[in-house]
Design a binder for this molecule. Structure first.
Ligand code: PLP
Length: 453
């Protein structure tokens, strides 16, 4: 008997079907999970989503790390309502922006030397990363950038070529700007290598790439502290520090894209804190606004003070960056994460989830790997543990449906199952979700004659 997940009938239910049909005019290309689930969502509370038929789902997705303080949090509702009634546009100084800037500087100045304290705001993740690249180029007066295989930094023109994935296929040369390069990432599970070896080899490849492919004009190296979209892939200890050293050897900046790892997701406020490394520029987004589009970057006095033209009036601003509504939302969310100690909750519940998922690995031979930091967790579903061949798409989708029909929303439709619930999820909700995952795995095992581990 489940307490939080409550499914009353077939999924999708009749009201969901009707709403999805009305959305037939929506252009294709939206997130896989939404088209695969076929449900229409009415509201949510904390880590539970309720569809228009009244079915309740435990949310292991959080809008892909966007919902941090959870669904329907009154702090966000009240802050947005109050601000919307007062002022919603313009770039003049506001109490909300001043407060948020102070709050962010208070948090980022705890990293490393304490130099990260100058913030600029945007409304999209890709927009923030593009600005970080412009800033790095303006500061270093150089233009080349290196990112990593498997990395994800947004789908707009300035960053598309830095995505280590297939998103640029079919778009021709416009998708790959001159001066953009990709280096291998130490994805040790996929490579079947010891993490330390994978890390050392990746640094060696990075050095070779710089030597043989770049033109001696490296402005920045761009990397996620943990690769989110690629499957919550954690690089080996010391890797980020080594990347920074390489950047320094070439007079380049380290840009850490904390869009997913920031604001408490990994059990610390920022992913880089686990590794004792300090970005020159850090980008953030997603969980900062809990659904309200707020993103930005944080950097140092030294960098902004010598970043012409980025620092000229209007050269790094945007229509919605730092808008009063965005600031009210991000302020409320950040304050709630701190007041309700959600990063600590992420660390604690994440640890419990990791343990429970590791138990599932001892039960099912098609689980090849379990990993995670805080509430950024992942399972590798494999056809064969020895070869680490990913489980086929159809089997994954069967497991996804098995979870959905039992009241769990999870990204099991792909073999690298990313698990990232809202930071407020309780231990009871988390364990109930894993129990549902267990049931869906057991059913899949039975029907497909998969041996138990
Ligand atoms: C690490 C990272 N950077 C940048 C982006 C792009 O953000 P947006 O979709 O808001 O443009 C994403 C989106 O998933 C991301 O995960």
């Amino acid at each position: 008997m489940t307490q939080f997940a409550q499914v009353k009938g077939p999924i999708p239910g009749p009201r969901s079907r009707a709403l999805v049909e009305r959305e037939a005019l929506l252009a294709p290309g939206i997130q896989s999970i939404s088209s695969l689930a076929g449900i229409a969502v009415d509201h949510g509370k904390g880590a539970v989503l309720v569809d228009v038929d009244g079915n309740q789902f435990i949310d292991f997705v959080a809008g892909i790390c966007v919902s941090s303080i959870g669904h329907g949090h009154p702090a966000l509702r009240d802050a947005l309502a109050a601000q919307a009634g007062k002022l919603s546009a313009g770039s003049f100084a506001t109490e909300a922006r001043a407060q948020l800037l102070e709050r962010i500087a208070g948090l980022t100045s705890k990293i490393g030397t304490g130099s990260l304290r100058r913030t600029q705001f945007y409304s999209g993740g890709a927009e923030a990363v593009e600005s970080a690249l412009r800033l790095a180029r303006a500061h270093t007066k150089k233009y080349e950038v290196i990112a990593f295989y498997g990395g994800f930094h947004g789908k707009t023109g300035g960053v598309l070529g830095l995505m280590g994935s297939t998103f640029k296929q079919g778009l021709g040369p416009t998708a790959q700007m001159a001066g953009q390069y990709l280096a291998p990432f130490p994805d040790s599970y996929k490579l079947g290598k010891d993490p330390a070896v994978a890390g050392a080899e990746a640094i060696e490849s990075l050095r070779r790439l710089i030597e043989l492919q770049t033109t001696g004009s490296l402005a920045a190296i761009l990397v996620e502290p943990i690769q989110g979209t690629n499957g919550n892939v954690i690089p080996p200890a010391g890797f980020l520090k080594a990347v920074k050293e390489v950047a320094r050897e070439h007079g380049a900046l380290l840009i850490l894209d904390e869009m997913i790892t920031g604001w408490g997701r990994t059990g610390k406020m920022f992913g880089q804190e686990h590794e004792g490394v300090e970005a020159d520029i850090m980008t953030f987004g997603k969980g900062v606004g809990n659904g309200f589009p707020v993103t930005g970057l944080v950097t140092t006095d030294a960098i902004v003070n010598s970043a012409d033209p980025w620092s000229r009036p209007s050269f790094s601003s945007s229509s919605y960056g730092g808008s009063p509504l965005a600031m009210a939302a991000a302020n409320a969310v950040t304050r709630t994460i701190l007041d309700e100690k959600m990063a600590d909750n992420a660390a604690r519940v994440g640890e419990v989830m990791l343990g429970a998922l590791q138990k599932l690995k001892t039960k099912y031979s098609f689980i090849g790997d379990v990993r995670g930091k805080g509430l950024l967790l992942a399972l590798e579903l494999v056809a064969d543990r020895q070869t680490r061949t990913p489980l086929d798409k159809k089997s994954c989708e069967t497991i996804f449906r098995g979870c959905l029909e039992r009241g769990l929303l999870t990204m099991a439709y792909a073999p690298r199952v990313r698990i990232n619930p809202p930071l407020c999820i309780t231990q009871e909700q988390a364990l109930e979700g894993i129990q549902i995952l267990d049931e869906a795995f057991a059913e899949f095992s039975r029907k497909n004659d998969r041996s138990q581990a």
